[in-house]
Design a protein around this ligand. Structure first.
Ligand code: SAH
Length: 333
């Protein structure tokens, strides 16, 4: 099977799939995400969304949407931080794009009083100005991996040999256009491009904005397909259904797919959060803390923003209607 089919089965199989069978995020899970590290992440993003809403004339019915909300922490922080923005909550219907029924329950519990609407895909969102955020969502979407050969490109396939899963190569059929691929390897993510296209079309048509945060680079040039199991990197073929499978996000293809929406970024997460005032917010929270709590708070600030931690590996891109104001913290692509 293709790597994409392998990823889809491992992550989403209704009985044995990774998201169906466990609680992946947090200290007890396999990975910790930015909103789980500090409330400040969602707070500054919430204020950026509310600012963008005001910049676009404060439309009175909007969708405030999140892709793959995990434990629901980011949206809870967005809502808490924007509770005092006049008219924002009254205008906003909360929509969560989430495929896993287990995760939906978790998210419902994290958002008491907000009655979120759940959708399986962005296509299912109702038509309205769309103010959307997605953190560590695109990295979980299934990729295909191609490797240059003497005659063109081979595609990686997953198969069983000698009682174990192995990678094999097959001359690529129906290859997308890889003529501009910069390296000897390239990953493409058709699902990510389709979702970016849908979001871009909606934002161009109805108004709104998207902030997309993930680890990755502008273009794919190497194999980044990886598995994490109990906070350790493991062989992606070793624990099917029990390890989180991801790949770095290539932001260039997403920005191109989202046209005619105007693209912004990528900007490194540390720079973006600093521009949105995260360090000022950190200082403000610090005045109420002492001892271990203060140390943990400053460690979280550092983890989100410094190079070598999440500050440079993670990047942010944005989308907005072509004629709209620039997005907070980002510059035009
Ligand atoms: N955004 C969260 C965690 C992301 S983990 C955070 O920052 O903490 C990825 C999330 O996306 C999970 O909730 C998972 O169930 C969901 N997901 C993965 N693939 C999906 C798909 N194809 N469609 C909808 N949701 C998906």
């Amino acid at each position: 099977m293709s790597v994409a089919d392998y990823m889809t089965t491992c992550l989403h199989h209704p009985e044995h799939g990774y998201y169906a069978t466990r609680d992946p995020i947090g200290a007890d899970g396999d990975f910790v995400t930015a909103p789980e590290i500090s409330q400040m992440f969602g707070e500054v993003l919430g204020l950026a969304l509310a600012q963008t809403w005001m910049d676009q004339g404060a439309p009175d019915r909007i969708l405030l949407a999140e892709l793959g909300p995990g434990n629901g922490t980011l949206m809870a922080d967005v809502l808490r931080a924007t509770a005092t923005v006049p008219g924002f909550h009254a205008a906003a219907d909360i929509a969560l794009v989430e495929s896993s029924r287990v995760m939906r329950e978790r998210q419902r519990r994290a958002l008491p009083g907000h009655a979120p609407r759940f959708c399986d895909t962005v296509q299912d969102l109702p038509d309205a100005p769309l103010f959307l955020v997605g953190n560590e969502f695109f990295d979980a979407l299934p990729i295909r991996i191609f490797q240059r050969s003497i005659s063109g490109w081979d595609e990686w396939r997953v198969g069983a040999a000698d009682g174990a899963l192995q990678i094999g190569l097959r001359p690529a059929e129906l290859v997308p256009d890889l003529s501009k691929a910069p390296g000897n390897y390239t990953e493409i993510c058709p699902a990510a491009e389709a979702i970016a296209s849908e979001i871009g079309t909606r934002i161009a048509q109805f108004g709104g904005a998207a902030f997309i945060i993930d680890y990755g680079e502008l273009e794919s040039r190497e194999v980044t397909f990886q598995a994490v199991h109990k906070h350790q990197k493991v062989d992606p073929l070793a624990h099917p259904g029990q390890a989180d499978l991801t790949a770095h996000v290539a932001f260039g293809p997403l920005l191109r797919a989202a046209r005619p929406a105007q693209g912004f970024g990528p900007v490194e997460q540390g720079t973006f959060l600093a521009r949105l005032g995260l360090h000022q917010r950190a200082d403000q929270l610090a005045t109420r803390l002492t001892g271990d709590a203060l140390n943990q708070h400053r460690a979280a600030e550092k983890r989100l923003t410094t190079p070598g931690e999440m500050g440079t590996l993670f990047k942010v891109i944005g989308l907005a209607p072509a004629g709209a104001a620039d997005l907070p913290g980002l510059e035009r692509a």
